[in-house]
Design a protein around this ligand. Structure first.
Ligand code: G
Ligand code: G
Ligand code: MN
Ligand code: NA
Length: 255
């Protein structure tokens, strides 16, 4: 269809654009990284959100090229910020990948290539995958996950708490960071039970030797509560919405 042709064209002609949302160290409020989120600047339809084209890209396999574009663009941007003003010493960049990418034999090679090309240290790249992708456990998935870890990049479970979470699987995953889904963060700040629940989730993550990031933080109370509970990092509208690169650079320069 038309949309498929357009999407291929969009990748080739740089109609895609990355937005960046800050990830903050909760104890200090310092910006410690960004999550790259793709948009499509469509010539007629304006700025399209990922849910309007990522599913199509997945179905058609275009996601492989799209993901490669996102990865390269994100690492180029990181390199630029590393060389610019602001404290970017341990600044990291998060990139989302989808099932098809994880199952592609090219993924590891793409990551290796982009790191070599941009000169970004592997430890500054965090790849976000969903719970079901990590748990699924096909041989190729395991191959990709171990291969990525061997390169020295960090792996993060996205949207934790929304999939089927058996407690025991988490321990055995080759994952460094767990991002707690915003549905678990929403009730924080008003309700004692919600706080106890999030505290238990954080304990689970820490008991697995992993780091926690909370997403969907919308209020100062939620940020303070999470810091008190020992959650290392946070993300959400309270700290900043996903924004264009030049806006993000201003934020960084002022930090
Ligand atoms: O950008 P927004 O906040 O609307 O993100 C919506 C969803 O799109 C999120 O679940 C996010 O993981 C996904 N998404 C955003 N950018 C990318 C990308 O570059 N690749 C993949 N596979 N998913 C993305
Ligand atoms: O699935 P993933 O976590 O990659 O998706 C990120 C999505 O979450 C983006 O669409 C982004 O706009 C959205 N998001 C980021 N912060 C907040 C927040 O504080 N509240 C809400 N409701 N959505 C958020
Ligand atoms: Mn994400
Ligand atoms: Na998420």
């Amino acid at each position: 269809g038309l949309m498929i042709t357009e999407l291929r064209e969009a990748i080739r002609t740089d109609q895609l654009v990355l937005f960046f949302q800050p990830v903050v160290e909760l104890s200090s409020g310092r910006i410690e990284g960004a999550e790259a989120l793709v948009r499509w600047n469509h010539p007629e339809r304006g700025l399209l959100m990922p849910d309007q084209f990522i599913p199509l890209a997945e179905e058609t396999g275009i996601i492989i090229d799209l993901g490669y574009w996102v990865l390269r663009q994100a690492m180029r941007q990181l390199r630029e910020w590393q060389e610019g003003p602001g404290d970017t010493g341990d600044f990291s960049m998060r990139v989302n990948i989808s099932t098809t990418e994880l199952q592609s034999l090219e993924l590891i090679e793409h990551v290796r290539e982009v790191l070599a090309e941009t000169g970004v240290e592997a430890s500054k790249l965090v790849i976000e995958l969903t719970e079901s992708m990590a748990v699924n456990g096909s041989d190729i998935d395991k191959y990709s996950l171990t291969g990525l870890r061997r390169l020295g990049i960090r792996l993060e479970i996205d949207d934790f708490g929304t999939g089927y979470s058996s407690i025991s699987y988490l321990r055995n995953l080759p994952v460094n960071v767990v991002k707690i889904d915003r549905s678990l963060i929403q009730g924080l700040g008003s309700d004692e039970k919600e706080r106890d629940f999030v505290a238990a989730v954080l304990q689970l993550i820490h008991a697995c030797g992993m780091q926690a990031v909370a997403e969907g933080i919308e209020t100062a109370e939620q940020a303070a509560e999470l810091a008190r509970l020992g959650c290392a990092s946070g993300q959400g509208y309270y700290f900043g919405r996903p924004m264009a690169a030049d806006k993000f650079a201003e934020l960084l320069a002022g930090s």
